[in-house]
Design a binder for this molecule. Structure first.
Ligand SMILES: Nc1nc2c(ncn2[C@@H]2O[C@H](COP(=O)(O)OP(=O)(O)O)[C@@H](O)[C@H]2O)c(=O)[nH]1
Ligand SMILES: [Mg+2]
Length: 334
């Protein structure tokens, strides 16, 4: 594609969806020249006139089948109904295989995908989470610059993706299904610890009483966690919703707004965004170093020095240092 960064920038600031789509395609590209242009665009948008926009970024996680797409359709529709503009992005490390991405779910988000105040973007088809995370973070920034009020970032609950999504969200919401027994569904403690709101979905029909029990169980479990400084009294909390029947949506949104307001007033919103900027800086550095190891020269040196180590001609530590010096990354490695 031929790319005019200034034109894209103007389009995004105006809220032009085609410009936004093209810009997201650019940040998702792995081509080095595209990466450079994407970085330039994101930087330009930071300083663009009148763009001091902050969206509420909501990370949403849950295992396949829990009802994420159905929830987003209802919740997103409620928000646009209130005059808010809503963007939906997916971070899905497994989207290379079919079925994981929200593209395949368009039918479940039929109304939302046709809503002029909504923008839905499927996950980039990449299997490497490091890359997906950083591109998604830039896509979030683009949606924010385009004036969306709420950016929903969906992820399936596999591996590290929740942590990555939490690092680009102001609020992290975990969607769970009603449990059969009294077990806590094997939800990992680490995920409990990053959740701000747990929504027990499918609180309808035959599942309603199970949902109610599950909600009580999680409320109890949340109270046992260490108190976090970024929470007012009563958070994190568990609530019930039914995405299918569209119930509990407004109360859930009310709690998200209350939490957001408190965090803004108490400095936690800014502090979190600052800490996230620092995190992504570190990620960029790590990714940059890793990409230096992927050049043909680095690979050849790796092969050559690896053989030297294997044959006992040098030690792993000395060979590693030699390699880092050759790729220009060994300066600080003394
Ligand atoms: N009973 C009930 N079923 C639901 C609810 N939300 C979603 N489902 C059903 O659960 C299945 C998976 O939903 P989907 O939104 O695709 O889940 P996702 O994989 O997390 O995106 C579908 O058959 C939905 O109709 C709900 O609130 N109640
Ligand atoms: Mg889905």
């Amino acid at each position: 594609m031929s790319i005019d960064i200034a034109q894209l920038e103007r389009g995004i600031v105006k809220g032009d969806r085609r410009a936004l789509s093209r810009a997201i395609t650019l940040v998702e590209s792995t081509r080095p020249d595209h990466r450079a242009m994407a970085a330039e665009l994101v930087e330009a948008l930071k300083g663009a006139d009148g763009v001091d926009r902050q969206a509420l970024r909501i990370g949403l996680s849950g295992t396949p089948g829990v009802g994420k797409s159905t929830f987003i359709e209802g919740f997103g529709g409620m928000l646009t109904g209130q005059g808010l503009r809503v963007a939906v992005l997916a971070v899905d490390p497994s989207s290379a295989r079919s079925g994981g991405s929200i593209l395949g779910d368009k039918t479940r988000m039929d109304r939302l995908s046709r809503d002029p105040n909504a923008f839905i973007r499927p996950s980039p088809s990449q299997t490497h989470l490091g890359g997906v995370g950083r591109r998604s973070r830039e896509a979030v920034a683009l949606c924010e610059a385009a004036g969306f009020d709420v950016v929903l970032i969906e992820t399936v609950g596999v591996g590290q993706s929740e942590t990555v999504v939490a690092e680009m969200s102001d609020l992290f919401v975990l969607l769970l299904a009603p449990a059969g027994g009294d077990e806590l569904q094997g939800v990992k403690r680490g995920i409990m610890e990053i959740a701000d709101i747990i929504l027990i979905n499918k609180a309808d029909g035959d599942l309603k009483s199970a949902a109610s029990r599950t909600c009580a169980d999680y409320s109890g479990a949340l109270r046992l966690l260490r108190k976090r400084p970024q929470d007012p009294e009563g958070f994190p909390k568990a609530m019930m919703v039914s995405a299918l029947e569209d119930t509990g949506m407004q109360p859930a949104w009310g709690e998200m707004q209350a939490l957001t307001k408190w965090r803004r007033e108490n400095g936690h919103w800014d502090a979190r965004r600052a800490a996230q900027a620092r995190y992504w800086f570190g990620e960029e550095v790590r990714q940059g170093l890793l990409s230096q190891l992927a050049t043909p020269e680095a690979r050849a040196a790796m092969e050559e020095l690896g053989a030297a180590v294997a044959e006992g001609r040098t030690t792993p530590a000395i060979a590693a240092r030699e390699l880092l010096e050759r790729i220009g990354a060994g300066v600080w490695n003394g």
